[in-house]
Design a protein around this ligand. Structure first.
Ligand SMILES: [Zn+2]
Length: 316
């Protein structure tokens, strides 16, 4: 075994062990128990890591941790997170002490981006933007083959870049208005869908929402059936995502933009709108040379953390 990756989420913690050829050896999850102290939680992680280590001969194992919030990637501290209670959690120091592994940490979206780069795309591109479209919208950047953390570890907050400055722009989970996340995260899409269903009560979408409640899946199902209301909603997602991505593409000139997360499962209904926004741009070169890809990996965060740790350990 070469490295272990840990993806810490609000409801579960996922572990993935990889070998020197980036092959996944083991993967499992445990629930996140946020009723305990940060130290007790770190001790629980260490027990799992040490159990994994015990099964392998190689003891020179790197540890990567993806954290669900504002992370100091250099010191290895989770400063703050929306869904877990621990503040200034010195996770790198605690895990290095209790496991003997060298530990590398980053924000979870960054680790997922590395997972797409290393595992899914097999290092094919040196410059990519990965955007995770879940309840919220996160992002990660690989620039010149390296994960870009920024000065304080806070790079890649793509979801809170603004695409609408009007005072009536929809509210984002962060408290501001007009963020990309308010349009392209599942929570924002849900709000738009409920509004559309009230306006078009006889649409297939309204019927499905009444029967099952809203989900990205039923929005896709309605679109598949040709429902105009659902297709218009997906089109709006594409236009808004296209606008947000266009700004990033102009800034970074990536080889690929990869859409991941639950909302990306509806990509067949909105990627055309994204491409239209791209082709309408005046500066042509970065848009003619960018690949718009959809991630097929369901669970890339822990593998990304493991592969990132292995790469970082090899650096020095
Ligand atoms: Zn926001």
């Amino acid at each position: 075994m070469r490295a272990i990756g840990i993806d810490i989420g609000g409801s579960s913690v996922k572990f993935t062990a990889v070998d020197a050829n980036d092959k996944i050896l083991k993967h499992f999850a445990i629930p996140t128990d946020t009723t305990q102290s940060a130290a007790a939680f770190a001790a629980q992680l260490a027990v799992a890591v040490n159990m994994l280590k015990a099964g392998f001969k190689d003891k020179n194992i790197a540890l990567g941790v993806g954290l669900p919030g504002d992370t100091d990637h250099q010191k290895g501290i989770l400063r703050w997170a929306p869904n877990i209670p621990w503040r200034n959690f010195k996770i790198k120091a605690l895990l290095e002490m209790t496991t003997g592994c060298r530990c590398f940490v980053s924000n979870d979206a960054n680790m997922a981006a590395w997972g797409v780069h290393a595992k899914e795309l097999k290092y094919k591109y040196q410059n990519i933007i990965v955007i995770t479209l879940g309840t919220g919208v996160g992002g990660g950047l690989v620039i010149d083959g390296k994960l870009y953390n920024g000065a304080m570890g806070a790079a890649g907050e793509i979801g809170h870049t603004k695409i609408d400055f009007s005072p009536r722009a929809p509210l984002c989970g962060c408290g501001n208005r007009g963020c990309l996340e308010a349009y392209c995260g599942a929570a924002g899409i849900r709000r738009a869908a409920l509004r559309a269903a009230r306006k078009e009560p006889r649409s297939a979408l309204a019927g499905l929402i009444k029967k099952e409640g809203f989900s990205v899946k039923i929005l896709s199902a309605a679109a598949r059936a040709g429902d105009k209301t659902a297709l218009a909603l997906w089109h709006d997602v594409g236009v808004n995502l296209g606008r947000g991505l266009a700004n990033m593409i102009l800034m970074l000139n990536p080889q690929a933009v990869v859409l991941a997360g639950g909302v990306s499962r509806g990509a067949e209904y909105f990627q055309g709108a994204i491409k239209k926004v791209f082709s309408a741009q005046s500066v042509k070169t970065p848009f003619e040379n960018v690949n718009l890809l959809i991630s097929r990996e369901e669970d890339i965060g822990a593998a990304g953390a493991a592969l990132y740790a292995a790469a970082k350990a090899d650096e020095k």
